[in-house]
Design a protein around this ligand. Structure first.
Ligand code: DGJ
Length: 736
């Protein structure tokens, strides 16, 4: 890790090494990237290179010219003044570790190869496998670490990062997502400065509400969408995390990512193996856009459930009726949803309860039976009505939680998270508590509750899985006192166990991950889910920013994006239905309002939007994303487009973000098209009386990418329908 203080030390520690014959140089890679490590037996594992693909001749030249090496994964001991990815206290109290390479094994199966570099302490029976997975069809390399204690007593893990990646200093900038005035996924871009930069989440349950466990590094200066060497990293984990970059002496920034060790030191028992969550790494010379596309493709092909299955257009009941659910309302909403072209109806919170009722957020969580006072025919009557309406049926559930006012809590007060001797600290509604998923009995209950609902109601095809509380007053009534600090880790192991078992029982069900809005937007969770709820903020203007940030790491197919009522319920901003529909169409389109309250104009525009969306959803959901003009750049416009993999179809979204009279808005240069093909432009969701000047005309990909389209900033609509909002959705079809 260390590279030196002062010239002498610098030369000694950061020495240019020429590998000797017989040394094990590992060249891991994808079709466009290379990761090179020096895994010589008996030596420390060294990082040599990560970036654009190097050909064997270049690699030999690099190696013989000499490369400044850095530790690839080292433990605390050698350089105590700097952070290391691993810090353990051995069974005899020794706080230092020195890992050396024992051997390297590889295994190839089903389109991916796992390379395991087996390292271990040079004097203790303590093993650390540094693992890498590469795919034949993906530009992502996953890396994780497996730590095994073969000592005679517990080893305490104080830090256990999944990755340590040296990044050469220069003008390196980071792009990451944190909550800000823009809501979830606010894009933050800043240069790496001296010291430690750290992004943490310690919510305990939902780890993407305040910050995200993904980051990009733009190596050639200020982040750019189209150009520049860029590294992306995503920690695939549902729990507490820390991403850190240490910038001290030497030529490298050291990037580390893993489970947040705060309050989570882990006693590894003799014979026990601790496996860290994976970090997905990728690299592109096409700037942030290239990195995003790499993540999206990998995610759709290898992580996301049903990643290549087009998603249905749905209507969710939440902002339409909130807790005020009854059979009549739900049945009429389903019919209206079907009439709008919707393919699925999702009944949100408020449907359940027995002794305790769910009329607000203060009771009944955990009592997962339909409230017969609201729904006399139960879920069966609703799923039957959905079938008659020709629409699928989905259900909201929050299996990780209970309310103090619930029959579940009455029966099992010992099933909740609670510190010994302390009062319960309840969350939402003054009553919500978190179930203790470190306890296998509690996990069995959750799996059975979901399984029962789905078995009793085989027509349910979609689950919205919510989680609305963090862990407060951290403590388990199940874990022994010497393992209390394991709670955060055990809780997420338990959560994953529940996800896995539900998936084994119901592989085909479509599941949405939701965490009080966008609290469950993480690749670790998405192994089990089809999509996520992006944010509880449904205001279209604000969603442009939220979805922009989110799109850096997540594809449109997974990003639920709903047309909601005007004025918006969170910002109270009125917006025309055209604008609301256009923004929602740039993700996985849905609606979230009471259709009975919609005007005729809203109905007509939404019907059109749903029909238009269906005609291009394959391109939006499976296509490559090109972000064209960032709303964060304050150019009064935001624009993005999706291009089909064959480049024969594309959809352009254009939104005016700030209205001023007499505005001259920038031309939007398109991207990702085939320069030599001609593309015919058609406006979707059109509301204007006269077509756009380029409607029905064809332009070469080269022209569209070199010059762009001059999009008028006003809609040509009658005076009474004019507003300060403006947006366009353009469909581009290759003519050949
Ligand atoms: C929080 C979610 O983000 C909302 O969409 C909604 O499902 C509510 N919970 C229901 O309580």
């Amino acid at each position: 890790m260390k590279s030196g203080k002062g010239l002498l030390l610098l030369l000694l520690l950061c020495a240019v090494r020429i590998p000797c014959p017989g040394e094990k140089i590992l060249h891991l890679g994808t079709s466009t990237t290379s990761l090179v490590l020096d895994a010589r037996k008996g030596g420390e594992l060294k990082f040599v290179y990560y970036g654009a693909k190097v050909e064997p001749d270049d690699l030999n030249a690099i190696l013989s010219a000499g490369v400044p090496y850095s530790d690839a994964y080292q433990a605390y001991g050698k350089y105590p003044d700097e952070e290391t990815p691993l810090w353990v206290v051995h069974s005899d109290g020794n706080m230092t570790t020195r890992l050396v390479v024992r051997d390297v094994v590889t295994e190839t199966a089903g389109g991916s190869t796992v390379t395991v570099i087996r390292t271990g302490d040079d004097i203790y029976p303590f093993d650390v496998n540094v693992c890498y997975r590469t795919y034949t069809d993906s530009e992502v390399i996953e890396t994780w670490v497996e730590i095994t204690n073969r000592e005679k007593a517990d080893v305490v893990l104080n830090r256990f990062d999944s990755v340590c990646l040296p990044i050469h200093k220069g003008d390196v900038w980071t792009s990451h997502l944190s909550v800000g005035i823009m809501g979830e996924a606010g894009l933050v871009e800043e240069p790496l400065l001296q010291g430690t930069m750290s992004i943490r989440n310690k919510d305990g349950v939902r780890n993407s509400l305040n910050s995200h466990s993904e980051i990009m590094f733009s190596l050639d200066g200020r982040p750019d969408e189209r150009h520049g060497a860029t590294i992306g990293a995503a920690l695939c984990y549902s729990g507490n995390y820390e991403l850190a970059v240490d910038t001290y002496w030497g030529r490298y920034h050291q990037f580390r990512a893993g489970i947040c060790p705060d309050n989570s030191s882990y006693r590894l028992a003799p014979g026990e193996k601790f496996v860290t969550p994976p970090v997905a790494l990728t690299f592109s010379l096409e700037g942030k856009g290239g990195v995003s596309r790499n993540f999206h493709r990998w995610g759709r092909n290898h992580v996301l459930r049903h990643g290549n299955m087009p998603r249905k257009v749905l209507l969710n009941s939440w902002e339409g009726v909130y807790f005020d659910i009854n059979e009549e309302k739900i049945v009429s909403m389903m019919k209206d949803a079907a009439a709008l072209g919707g393919e699925l109806f999702v009944m949100d919170d408020g449907w359940f309860g027995g002794k305790y009722r769910r009329n607000d957020d203060s009771s009944a969580l955990g009592d997962w039976v339909a409230d017969r006072r609201k729904l006399p025919g139960g879920l069966k009557a609703l799923t039957d009505s959905a079938a008659v309406a020709g629409i699928g049926f989905g259900l909201w559930i929050e299996p990780e939680m209970a309310d103090i006012s619930s029959e579940l809590y009455e029966k099992h007060p010992d099933w909740i998270i609670k510190a010994k001797g302390r009062d319960i600290v309840a969350g939402r509604g003054g009553s919500q508590v978190v179930l203790d998923f470190s306890n296998p009995k509690v996990r069995d209950y959750a799996v059975k509750a979901i399984d029962r609902i789905l078995k009793e109601n085989p027509r349910i095809e979609y689950i919205k899985w919510d989680s609305n509380s963090g862990i407060y007053m951290h403590g388990s009534q199940h874990l022994p006192s010497d393992r209390m600090s394991h709670l955060h880790i055990e809780w997420h192991r338990g959560l994953e166990d529940v996800f896995r078992r539900v998936r084994e029982l119901h592989p085909d069900i479509v599941m949405q991950a939701c965490g009080a809005g966008g609290g469950r937007v993480n690749w670790g969770v998405l192994r089990y889910f089809d999509e996520f709820w992006t944010s509880d903020i449904t205001d279209a203007l604000q969603r442009i920013y939220i979805q922009w940030g989110t799109s850096h790491f997540y594809p449109a197919i997974a990003m639920a994006s709903h047309i909601s009522a005007s004025p918006n319920h969170q910002t109270h901003r009125p917006a025309p239905v055209k604008f609301r529909a256009d923004v929602a169409m740039s993700g996985r389109l849905g609606l979230e309002l009471q259709p009975a309250d919609m005007t005729d104009e809203e109905m007509a525009v939404c019907r059109q939007a749903v029909a238009d969306y269906k005609s291009v959803r394959n391109t939006i959901q499976m296509g490559d994303l090109y972000r064209l003009v960032s709303p964060f750049d304050r150019k009064n416009v935001a624009s993005l487009m999706y291009v089909s993999p064959e480049k024969n179809d594309a959809v352009l979204f254009w939104f005016r973000t700030e209205p001023f009279a007499g505005q001259i808005l920038p031309l939007v240069k398109l991207d990702g098209l085939d320069r030599d093909r001609m593309y015919r432009v058609t406006e979707l969701n059109r509301i204007d009386d006269t077509p756009l000047p380029f409607e029905g005309k064809s332009f070469s990909g080269a022209f569209l990418m070199n010059y762009g389209l001059d999009i008028p900033y006003r809609h040509d609509v009658p005076e009474e329908r004019k507003s300060d909002f403006s947006s366009r959705v353009l469909h581009l079809e290759a003519k050949d």
